[in-house]
Each structure stands twice: as C-alpha cells, then as structure tokens.
Design a protein around this ligand. Structure first.
Ligand code: CA
Length: 402
C-alpha cells in the first residue's frame, strides 16, 4: 500500500478535515440531476470513480457506474486494496491532478449501498444496564445472558435512509391505564450507533470465526436507530422491538473502510466473564472513535466506540453461529454507544432517565424529540495531524401523519 500523508487537493490537508488522503471513504453521489454513481470523498471534493474508470485510471469492472456500491464491494478484499492503493497514488501530492472530481457542495449524496438485510445489536453495557433499569428495575437490568451472547433483533432494511432524509414521527399503539390508544409517538428518541457493512457472503450452514468475520467487513457508517420508546414499551415483550424501530434508520452517506480505521484499532470494554470459544478474537476488534450527537446544532453527548463489549466481528460471527448465511450489503448495527455518564449517553432515554430529568438546551428543555428537531451524529478517529471522519449523519423530525 502506498503511504501518503498529503494530497494535491489542498482542503484535504487541513488538520480538522474529515476526508484526508488517509480516509478515502466511499459513497454514491449525483450532480445536475445526472444518474447517481460511486465516489470517494477527499477534502471538499468527490472523486468521480465512474469517470476514473472510463478514463482508464482504475479498473473495477464497470461497477462504479452503478447507483450503489454493492457490486464493487462484491469484487472482494483484493480489489478493495488495489483500488485504495490506486486512488492514494492518484490523489497524493505529485499524483494525477487530472483525476476527475466534482465539488462536494455541488453534489447530492445518496444511500451508498442497497441494504440487503439489517440486524441491530445491543453491545454497550452502560446502555443495556441503563435501559434495563428503566424497563425492568435495577435487579433485572442486565439480562443474565448479556455478558455471554451478543443480543440482537432482525430490523428492517426497507426503511434505512441516507443522512438528510426527514423522519416522520410514527403513529402507534401506546399503553394507558384505560387500555391502548392510537396516537402519534410521544417519546421519540435517537440511538447513536456504528453500522458495519458486510462485504463478503457466507453459505447457509456455514459458521464463521471471529477472524474470518472481520475479514468480511468492508467498512462502517454512522447509524441513528430512531426509536419510539412508548410504542416499544408496549410491544417489546417477548419478541423484542417491532414497529418502534421499523419506521426509519438513518446512516451517514460515507462508508469509512476498515483499511482507513486500521491505525485506530483499540481494546473494548473489560470482559466480565470468559466468552465461549466461538466468540474469541485473536486481536482487539474495536476502534478509538470519537463519537458525539447534537440537537439543533448543540452537542449534548460525547462518547467513544471503544466502550463497547462486543465488536462487529463478534456480532457477525454470532449471526452465523446457527448457520444463518450473510450477504454482501448486510448491515449490522452496533447497538447504542453509551459511556457511563449522562453526557456520554447515545440516547435521550438514558440521558433523561426515561423522561424524568429533562436536559436543558438552547432550544428549551427536552425529554424526547419534538417536531422540527434536527439530530446529527458525528464521528472521527484522531490521527497525528489528521482525522478520519464520517461526515454528519443527520435527520429532522416531521409531524406524524394522523
Ligand atoms: Ca438500537
């Protein structure tokens, strides 16, 4: 792999730029109403990968002219490495200044992948404990199996949307003392998560080791698992969340590759007991990633991905433990990422203790989200003089369709 620290695209060299040459995240963009195609973010520009292919600068079998990255990702890890090395050479100082790019300000960003299936996990001990206290009391807060098994549920791929898409407040059944009512959700929340994008398939009946699972991950996005807490509280037992999570999941437009995050590999949370052998990992599977979320531009919480108990590779390995096959474009949500303190929580449910302690903001007190509120997730890994970021993952709440 070519090592490069600076680009001829000057904006990429600023210390606080989230898209330096060390990052090169993949997305899908369009300009002037033309067909969406694949691109890579660098500085304040997007490399037009379809045009690069047409010009013979790179070769990905024509996959970059597709309106999502699935076909490129399916080409496999050797091709991922080859294209990353080629782009690094083109974009480095002294590279090819005729590489086709467009101004990011002129581009519309689209969903980067066709999400094949979506599974969401529950891997922050702080979050699992805090939410458990609110739903079941402190004695039963952390379920007995939690320190042994990555807990998850099968979510909906059909409602995964790209950053910038408005989110309509869901209608649903809410519990009252007089029985359920049909109502707009009154306890609408965010969940700050990381999403792992699966880049290689496994066969039906095939169990995948944690090491192999890691080699199957193409990259990561920021993920907001919007949650209707009142609908959830009424519906979730015994089979887990359903309509409370099905109405929208927002992801960042840029997929930061595993290769770009490699320098930031980190230990996760301390193990409370030994894991069964099929969940053993030979090296730490977490990253030192600074994460935060803001409400209407005001940052309310900061945490780090390395507080998590199960890595995406462990979650993926567990997902195949029954023989369940994985496919290119599957997305695994990490679970809400929360540190121990209220200003480190990844959801309002925890921050406000179930709505009992409103959080003060410049826009007034909040327990849960109001119509018109905009929530933005941010995340980056801090290198020596550069940062590898995701770009914002944002959504604004629209009133319910009553
Ligand atoms: Ca979640």
């Amino acid at each position: 792999m070519t090592e490069a620290t600076k680009s001829w695209i000057e904006a990429a060299n600023a210390a606080d730029c989230e898209f330096p040459i060390q990052n090169l995240p993949y997305g899908v963009f369009s300009v002037d109403g033309q067909a969406p195609r694949c691109g890579v973010a660098i500085g304040d520009r997007i490399v037009d990968l379809a045009a690069c292919e047409a010009a013979g600068l790179i070769d990905a079998g024509g996959t970059f002219s597709q309106p999502q990255l699935n076909d490129f990702i399916a080409l496999g890890r050797a091709k991922w490495d080859e294209i990353r090395a080629a782009l690094t050479a083109l974009l480095a100082t002294g590279g090819n200044s005729a590489t086709p790019t467009v101004a990011m300000a002129d581009a519309k960003l689209h969903l980067p992948i066709r999400v094949t299936e979506y599974t969401d996990f529950y891997a922050s001990r702080n979050h699992a404990f805090n939410v458990g206290v609110l739903f079941r009391g402190p004695e039963n807060a952390l379920p007995a199996q939690w320190t042994h098994i990555p807990i998850g549920y099968n979510g909906r791929a059909s409602s995964v949307v790209v950053s910038g898409t408005d989110v309509i407040r869901p209608m649903g059944q809410l519990k009252t003392d007089d029985g359920p009512i049909w109502s707009p959700c009154k306890r609408l929340d965010l969940e700050l998560e990381l999403g792992a994008i699966v880049g290689a398939p496994s066969e039906l009946g095939d169990r995948v080791s944690v090491d192999r699972a890691e080699s199957m991950i193409f990259g990561y996005v920021l993920l907001n698992d919007w949650s209707a807490r009142d609908i959830q509280a009424w519906e979730y037992q015994p089979l887990g969340p359903f309509q409370s999570k099905a109405f929208a999941t927002t992801i960042s437009p840029w997929i930061v590759t595993q290769a770009a995050l490699e320098p930031f590999r980190s230990e996760g949370a301390e193990r409370l007991n030994p894991l069964l052998p099929y969940l053993h990992e030979t090296r730490p599977g977490f990253y030192d990633l600074n994460l935060s979320w803001s409400l209407n531009g005001e940052t309310l919480s900061r945490t780090n991905y390395n507080v998590m108990y199960y890595s995406s590779a462990q979650q993926l390995a567990h997902h195949t433990s029954s023989g369940c096959p994985m496919r290119v474009g599957d997305m695994l949500g990490s679970g809400t990422i929360s540190g121990p303190a209220p200003d480190q929580t990844g959801a309002l449910l925890e921050m406000t203790e179930g709505g009992k302690k409103p959080v003060k903001t410049g826009d007034g007190d909040r327990t849960f989200l109001q119509d018109g509120d905009t929530v933005t997730l941010n995340g980056y890994a801090q290198g020596d003089g550069y940062r590898v970021g995701f770009g914002p993952c944002t959504g604004t709440i629209l009133p319910a369709k009553e």
